[in-house]
Design a protein. Structure first.
Length: 638
C-alpha cells in the first residue's frame, strides 16, 4: 500500500485482553520506533498505515495516532475540510492540540461526541478507531464514497483496507471470483453493487454513509447507515419564478466559492483538472477569481491546469480548455494518451483499479494523474460529481419533461420544449427515450428477457450455460432500478448516491493515489452545497434548455461565454475502438489469457468479433463489450 502513502509508515499492535498498545515502525517511518518485524507473539489486533502528507508535513502527523489521553487510536485516510472550525469549537470545550492535522481533530471529536462525531464532519474520510475503554473498533466511510473502504469478515477474523489488493496476503481472503458479478459486468457493464458485494465473493465494500462497530470481546460486527441525503421529493411541481431562481443562483454561488476555498487548503502544491466542460471550467474560474483577491501560496503565482488531449477532434476538448487558459493566464499542462501506451500500461492500470472497469476512459484519467505528479502537484481539484449534482447527463431531460407532465406544468413545459436547441438531447431523442423507458417498465418479464438478449451485445459473447444460470437473477437486479429513472428528483438521487457517482469516485481514488495525489471533489463531498442543490425544486435544475443551469448562472460572470452556452457533451471519452485495434491477436499471442475467462466467455465468438473490429477501422463493432472481456481476463490472471 506504499503507493497510497510514500511519506511515512506506522503500525500498532494491540493486546486486546490487557488493552496494551505497542507502536511500531518500518523502513519508511519518520519517527524512531521498534520494527514491526521484531514484534513478539501475543497481539491479536493490528493497525497499519501509510501516510500521504498534505496538512502538517512534520512527523507530528504520524499514524496510527493516539489521543492525548491514550485511550483512542486511529488510522485515517481523508480530509476534513472543516477541521479548523472544529478545532476552534473543541478548544472552547477545553481541548488542546499538539499538531495542525485533522487527524488529531478527529480523535478529539470522537472523545467529545462519540459516534455522533460523524454528523460534525464535512469532507471525505475512511477511518477505523480503537476505543480502549469500550473495547471496540469504530469505523466509518464518508457520505458519498469519496474515500474507499473494503473489509473481509470470516468467523472471528476481520480485516479492512483502502484497496482490495491489500487482502492478498491473507489466506482468509483467497480470491474467489463471483459469477453473479461477472455476469452483470460482461452483459450490462455493471462494476459496482450497492449492497457491498464486489467481484470477489468474500470481499465487501463498506457503502458510503455507513459506519460499523466491532465488539472485540464478542468478535461481532454491526453495520448501520448514519446519513441519508435529504432532497426535494418532487411530489408537487413548482412553477418557475425569476425571483426564486435568483435566490437559488446566489446561494449556489456563495456556497461554491466557499467550498472551493476550503478545498484549496493544503501545505503542498495544488492543481486542477481542466477538461473544458462546465464542471471543471467552473472550478477553475472560481479558483482564478479567488487568486485575484488573495495570495494563496499552495496555488503559486498562476493556477495549474491539467488537460487530456487527443489528435482526433472527435474526442479532443483543447479548444474549450484553451478558452479558460487564455482568460485566466493559467499554467497549462497537457497529455496525449496513445493506444500503444495504454497497452504498455495495461497491467499496471488494471492492478491499480483493483477490479474490472467498463471503459478505457479510466486510462485517460490515469495519465492525467501521472502528468500532475510529474509537475510536482500533490493535491488536484476535480469536477467529479457535477453531472450528478447539476443535471449533466442527457437522460435527465426525459425525466425532467416527465415530471413536468405529472405536475401539469404546461407553461414550463412549453418554454422548455421550445428551448431544446440549447440541450444535448433533441425532441426526437427525448420521445424515443420516454417510449423506451415505458416499454422497459411495462412489458412482461419474458419479453424483457428477449429484448435484453437482443440489445445487450455482451450477452452474445457469453457461454450458453453461463447465460442460462445467471441471466434471470441479473435481469431482476437491472429491472429493480428502473423506478429510479422515471422522474428527475429520483434519478438525481439515485445517480448521486448509488449508481453513477460512487463508481466514478472509485476510479478517481485509485488513479490519483497510484501517483500519490489527493484528489478533491467539491461537487461530490461538500455537504452544504449538495444538500442545498438537492433541496431546490426541479424546475430550477434545467432552464431554457440548458442543463446545469444553476451552476452556469452561478459562475456566469467568470465563465467564458462560449463555455456558458456550450450544449454538447463529450465527457471523458477516448478513441477506444482505435486503441483496441492495436492489441495483438488473442488467438496467437495471448491464448493463455483467455483461458482465465473461458467458463464465462465464448472464446471463439470473442475472437471472431475482435477480428471484425480490427478489420473494419471505420466501425466500433462492440468495442466496449470487447474491452470488458479483455479487462476481466487480465484481472483474473493477477
Amino acid at each position: 500500500m506504499a503507493h497510497r502513502g510514500p511519506d511515512d509508515e506506522g503500525y500498532i499492535a494491540i493486546y486486546v485482553k490487557e488493552g496494551d498498545v505497542v507502536s511500531l515502525g518500518g523502513a519508511d517511518s519518520q519517527i524512531p520506533l521498534s520494527n514491526i518485524l521484531e514484534l513478539g507473539v501475543g497481539a491479536n489486533l493490528y493497525f497499519a498505515h501509510r501516510r500521504l502528507s498534505i496538512i502538517d508535513l512534520s512527523s507530528a502527523g504520524h499514524q496510527p495516532m493516539s489521543s492525548s489521553c491514550g485511550k483512542y487510536w486511529v488510522t485515517y485516510n481523508g480530509e476534513l475540510y472543516n477541521h479548523k472550525l472544529l478545532r476552534e469549537e473543541l478548544k472552547g470545550r477545553g481541548y488542546s492540540f499538539q499538531t495542525r492535522t485533522d487527524t488529531e481533530v478527529l480523535l478529539a471529536a470522537y472523545k467529545e461526541w462519540g459516534e455522533d462525531c460523524l454528523d460534525h464532519f464535512d469532507g471525505m474520510w475512511a477511518f477505523v478507531l480503537y476505543d480502549k475503554d469500550k473495547n471496540i473498533l469504530f469505523g466509518s466511510r464518508d457520505r458519498f464514497g469519496v474515500k474507499p473502504f473494503y473489509y473481509v469478515k470470516t468467523g472471528s477474523f476481520f480485516a479492512f483496507a483502502s484497496e482490495a489488493k491489500a487482502f492478498s496476503v491473507f489466506s482468509q481472503s483467497k480470491k474467489e471470483v463471483s459469477p453473479d458479478a461477472v455476469f452483470d459486468y460482461l452483459a450490462f457493464g455493471i462494476d459496482r453493487w450497492n449492497n457491498g458485494n464486489t467481484f470477489v465473493a468474500n470481499l465487501f465494500e463498506l457503502p458510503p454513509s455507513h459506519a460499523f462497530r466491532v465488539s472485540l470481546s464478542e468478535r461481532q460486527v454491526q453495520f448501520w447507515r448514519y446519513y441519508k441525503l435529504p432532497r426535494d421529493k418532487g411530489l408537487e411541481w413548482e412553477v418557475f419564478s425569476e425571483k426564486k431562481a435568483r435566490e437559488h443562483v446566489n446561494q449556489v454561488r456563495e456556497l461554491l466559492f466557499a467550498s472551493v476555498r476550503r478545498h484549496l487548503s493544503s501545505d503542498v502544491a495544488v492543481g486542477t483538472c481542466l477538461s473544458g466542460g462546465i464542471d471543471s471550467s467552473s472550478l477553475f474560474v472560481v479558483i482564478n477569481s479567488l487568486l485575484q483577491k488573495e495570495e494563496i501560496s499552495e496555488l503559486g503565482i498562476r493556477p495549474k491546469a491539467f488537460t487530456v488531449c487527443y489528435d482526433d477532434s472527435v474526442y479532443d476538448e483543447r479548444q474549450w480548455a484553451s478558452l479558460v487558459v487564455q482568460q485566466t493566464g493559467a499554467e497549462w499542462h497537457t497529455v496525449y494518451p496513445k493506444g500503444e501506451e495504454m497497452i504498455a500500461d495495461l497491467e499496471d492500470l488494471i492492478y491499480t483499479q483493483d477490479f474490472p472497469f467498463v471503459s478505457t476512459s479510466i486510462y485517460a484519467q490515469y495519465r492525467l494523474m501521472k502528468l500532475a505528479k510529474s509537475k510536482g502537484v500533490k493535491v488536484l481539484l476535480d469536477g467529479q460529481g457535477g453531472d450528478e449534482l447539476f443535471t449533466g447527463y442527457a437522460p435527465y431531460y426525459t425525466a425532467f419533461f416527465r415530471e413536468m407532465l405529472r405536475g401539469l406544468a404546461w407553461s414550463d413545459f412549453i418554454r422548455e420544449w421550445g428551448s431544446l436547441q440549447n440541450a444535448s438531447l433533441g425532441k426526437i431523442g427525448i420521445v424515443k427515450k420516454a417510449l423506451l423507458d415505458l416499454l422497459k417498465k411495462n412489458i412482461p418479464t419474458f419479453l424483457k428477457k428477449w429484448v435484453y438478449q437482443r440489445s445487450a451485445h455482451g450477452i452474445s459473447l457469453l457461454t450458453p450455460g453461463f447465460i442460462d444460470e445467471y441471466f434471470p437473477s441479473s435481469l431482476e437486479r437491472i429491472m429493480a432500478s428502473y423506478d429510479d429513472d422515471m422522474f428527475l428528483s429520483t434519478m438525481l438521487f439515485s445517480l448521486m448516491t448509488s449508481r453513477s457517482l460512487p463508481n466514478l469516485l472509485r476510479y478517481e481514488d485509485r488513479n490519483s493515489m497510484r501517483f500519490q495525489i489527493e484528489s478533491r471533489t467539491p461537487f461530490a463531498d461538500d455537504r452544504a452545497l449538495i444538500e442545498a442543490v438537492f433541496a431546490f425544486p426541479q424546475v430550477y435544475k434545467i432552464h431554457e434548455g440548458f442543463s446545469k443551469w444553476l451552476l452556469r448562472e452561478a459562475v456566469r460572470l467568470e465563465l467564458p461565454k462560449e463555455i456558458y452556452f456550450r450544449s454538447d457533451k463529450i465527457g471523458f471519452s477516448t478513441p477506444e475502438a482505435q486503441w483496441l485495434r492495436g492489441f495483438p491477436d488473442f488467438s496467437r499471442s495471448q491464448a493463455n489469457l483467455l483461458r482465465n475467462v473461458a467458463e464465462f466467455v465464448n472464446v471463439d465468438a470473442f475472437e471472431k468479433k475482435f477480428q471484425t473490429l480490427k478489420q473494419n477501422p471505420k466501425k466500433n463493432c462492440c468495442s466496449q463489450t470487447l474491452w470488458r472481456i479483455i479487462n476481466l481476463a487480465y484481472w483474473a490472471n493477477m
